[in-house]
Design a binder for this molecule. Structure first.
Ligand code: SF4
Length: 379
């Protein structure tokens, strides 16, 4: 137990409750009302892992189709370990945070080399794999192997801080570590029979997604933990969790250029390090270029622009940066047989099929798909 055991009335802010009390009610609620999700058809650790990594960045509904496609193409850890880079990036297209799938491939190779292809079956071993942190290790260990360990994510932080009216900043690692330890201790004491760490952790996920909501009033009338909840008792559910305001993101201006000659388009591969490393992109010089400057940029690549048209502005939000983009379609006389490296000329249909273009460019990528026929205008 922690050094500070806050035994006090429920109405007092920050009372530490005995978490063993919530485990059985949450497990039985989960067993009655769990969501039917594709990755819950079995307890295969590879399936659990893939779904958990995808769910860290994308809504459940959207993940379903990505998950099915990913497993259809790469049904085993070995397939993931051996997958060629561009194909892997293409499979992850639309999910963003490409470093996550690169880490998954490194981890898959570790599993092949260090564990003979058998998925490590404890949280401790899982934590040694590239890209697997406390939450994912806890989720895989509990769901696939029923190890009594916590999987503390934003849902758990929200639910527990509301249950206890805990005023601490949930962005602090010390708070997460404490919750992890307390939940793990409670699971170790309680699990057995139908009360499992798998049901508890997935119950927290479902409770956070459908009842104890992050951005709307929680549906306390449907909550299996309402009778334990200090915030609900005091009618202050929305005051928790407490979270220090994040630093404002850095704004970067970009000008995205769709440089085309008939059916082909100019793209290039980004460098091996930094934002969107190793992915394909449309040329996107910094700043908001006027049409003349955009044409000069194209001329500087040795091209002969003949038409330009302005495209709608777009915005993409990364974790610490926002791109505010202007865009142009530039038609050129002919792109010739080959482009100057690092640029390459690719048939637009082939880009769609084989090249991973990051979601940051999706406004322009989608525009391209809608404008296959030339409806250009002179500038
Ligand atoms: S009672 Fe309401 S605020 Fe408390 S855990 Fe349940 S849904 Fe969340």
């Amino acid at each position: 137990m922690s050094g500070i055991t806050r035994k006090c009335e429920m109405k007092t802010e920050g009372c530490e409750m005995d978490l063993t009390r919530i485990i059985e009610p949450l497990c039985s609620w989960y067993d009655r009302s769990k969501r039917d999700l594709p990755w819950r058809k079995d307890q295969d650790p590879y399936h659990v892992w893939v779904s958990e990594i995808m769910l860290q960045q994308t809504r459940v509904e959207a993940v379903k189709s990505f998950y099915r496609r990913f497993l259809q193409e790469l049904p085993t850890v070995e397939d993931l370990a051996c997958c060629e880079e561009d194909r892997l990036m293409k499979l992850w297209e639309g999910l963003g945070y490409y470093s996550r799938v690169r880490n998954m491939q490194t981890a898959a190779r570790q599993i092949m080399e260090e564990y003979g292809g058998n998925f490590p079956d404890t949280r401790e071993k899982l934590l040694k794999l590239k890209g697997i942190g406390a939450y994912t290790a806890g989720a895989v260990a509990s769901i696939a192997f029923n190890e009594p360990v916590a999987a503390v994510d934003g849902n758990v932080l929200r639910v527990i801080t509301r249950l206890e009216k805990d005023p601490r900043d949930i962005m602090k690692q010390s708070v997460r570590t404490e919750f992890d330890r307390r939940i793990t201790e409670a699971l170790e004491k309680t699990c057995g029979g139908s009360v499992t760490s798998s049901s508890f952790n997935q119950g927290m996920m479902d409770l956070g997604a459908g009842v104890c909501l992050p951005n709307a009033a929680p549906l306390c009338g449907k909550c299996p933990l309402a009778s334990f909840c200090s915030a609900h008792e005091a009618g202050v559910e929305m005051d928790y969790p407490k979270k220090k305001a994040a630093k404002p993101r850095r704004i970067e201006g970009r000008t995205v250029l769709l440089i085309r000659d008939g059916d082909r388009i100019l793209i290039r591969k980004r460098g091996k390090k930094g934002l969107l490393a190793g992915l394909w992109e449309f040329p996107n010089p910094e700043g908001h270029l006027e049409p003349e400057a955009a044409l000069s940029f194209a001329s500087g690549l040795g091209l002969e622009p003949v038409h330009i048209r302005a495209l709608a502005p777009a915005k993409h939000v990364f974790s610490h940066i926002e791109w505010h983009m202007t865009g142009y379609e530039i038609r050129v006389a002919s792109l010739g047989e080959e482009a100057e490296p690092p640029y390459v000329l690719i048939d637009e249909e082939q880009v769609r099929r084989e090249y991973a273009i990051p979601t940051a460019f999706s406004a322009y990528y989608n525009w391209l798909a809608d404008h296959r026929q030339n409806t250009e205008q002179d500038v």
